[in-house]
Write a protein that binds this ligand. Structure first.
Ligand SMILES: Cc1ncc(COP(=O)(O)O)c(C=O)c1O
Length: 371
């Protein structure tokens, strides 16, 4: 008996998102070894394409770490934080907290700038904190997947830079879906993942180190994530680890699709489908957690109405309609659904499908309540 799935799940949760058919086909290409000249050509292509998707500054090093988004986070932290580093981390949700924990594990003295879950960080709050606390690095999550909030990275990065700190940014739920300009915004190191707005399966973490970060790197305690060793592999073709050819094919094809669509056109598509979804929610008397102006286009934190069993709705969507949406995390468990409209999952067809299914799931619970 095969346990392989024989269904095409409609993935509208916080990730992974749907994988485009072209990317699926790319993964059926023959296996290459990690040092094959054809493979090296693909790695060079990925470096160039990632540099453009991140909009990295001249002299940056953009590449992909073998691992999920968390490995991107750990690569940035492991190479820029060491015992004695003073780190300020904006914590406006679950992933800001993970970043703070990561910095602590690598020996930093961490000052958290706690922000109410569901709200964006005010750059003035960071300015006030940095007037009293020294920071070698400032860590910020651009798109907080746990709350559906977009942090104003450009303004926050400018404040951090005014105080001489390196700026580390989590773009796991924004790269390829929201405007992000690593070079122009003065971001020193940034990481993402393949399974959200880029539209490939999970397993690689695109990362970029800008010139200042490359210069200020610390002695890395991790072998697997050591930037010097990764540069040896990506730039000087020295064996470090056996990179997955399947995932490399997928990422290269996903990046080619992005360039064909156009990065800005892709951001606009994400914006449009978010608004289409909001309109539909409004018609069903549903709303989202973050206030206007602080909302992600890629991840919608939908408030669960009173007296509705939120887990039952998710179960019904999955079993009857083959649609996956996500639950709330941490203090927001039970209070929100997380609806991802990312990459190939950001389409009017899927928005309309989800709205119809959601309406039916809610109606069936209300009928049971009134029976
Ligand atoms: C903002 C953010 N950072 C980091 C991660 C960790 O990524 P992964 O689960 O791919 O390791 C996630 C995952 O959803 C995320 O949303």
């Amino acid at each position: 008996m095969s346990l392989l799935p024989d269904v095409d799940r409609i993935l509208l949760g916080p990730g992974p998102s749907m994988t485009a058919p072209r990317v699926m086909r790319a993964m059926a290409s023959p296996t290459l070894s990690h040092l094959d000249p054809l493979f090296i050509r693909l790695l060079d292509d990925i470096r160039a394409r990632l540099g453009r998707v991140f909009r990295a500054a001249e002299g940056s090093f953009a590449f992909a770490v073998s691992g999920t988004g968390t490995s991107g986070m750990e690569t940035v932290v492991a190479n820029l934080v060491q015992p004695g580093t003073q780190a300020v981390v904006v914590v406006s949700g679950y992933f800001g907290d993970r970043l703070a924990q990561m910095c602590e594990r690598y020996g930093a003295t961490v000052t958290r700038l706690d922000v109410e879950w569901g709200r964006a960080c005010d750059p003035d709050a960071l300015r006030r904190l940095l007037a009293t606390v020294k920071a070698d690095v400032v860590g910020i999550v651009h798109a907080e997947t746990s709350t559906g909030v977009l942090n104003p990275i450009e303004a926050l990065a400018a404040v951090a830079r005014e105080h001489g700190a390196l700026v580390l940014v989590d773009a796991v739920t924004s790269l390829g879906g929201h405007p992000l300009d690593v070079g122009a915004w003065g971001i020193d190191a940034c990481y993402s993942c393949t399974q959200k707005c880029l539209g490939a399966p999970s397993g690689l973490a695109p990362v970029v180190f800008g010139p200042r970060a490359l210069e200020k790197r610390v002695k890395c305690r991790s072998f697997y994530l050591d930037l010097h060793l990764l540069e040896d592999y990506w730039l000087r073709r020295k064996y470090h680890h056996t990179m997955s050819s399947v995932l490399v094919y997928a990422l290269d094809e996903a990046l080619a699709i992005i360039e064909e669509e156009g990065l800005e056109a892709r951001w606009t598509r994400h914006e449009r489908n978010h608004h289409l979804f909001l309109e539909g929610l409004h018609a069903c008397h549903l709303g989202v957690l973050p206030p206007e102006g602080e909302r992600l286009w890629t991840l919608n934190a939908v408030r669960v109405p009173q007296a509705i069993d939120e887990a039952l709705v998710r179960k019904q969507l999955l079993e009857e309609f083959n649609i996956e949406i996500g639950a709330g995390l941490g203090p927001l468990a039970g209070q929100i659904w997380r609806v991802g409209l990312m990459g190939a999952s950001s389409s009017p067809r899927l928005v309309v499908l989800l709205l119809g299914a959601l309406e039916r799931a809610l109606a069936s619970q209300k009928r049971t309540l009134h029976a």
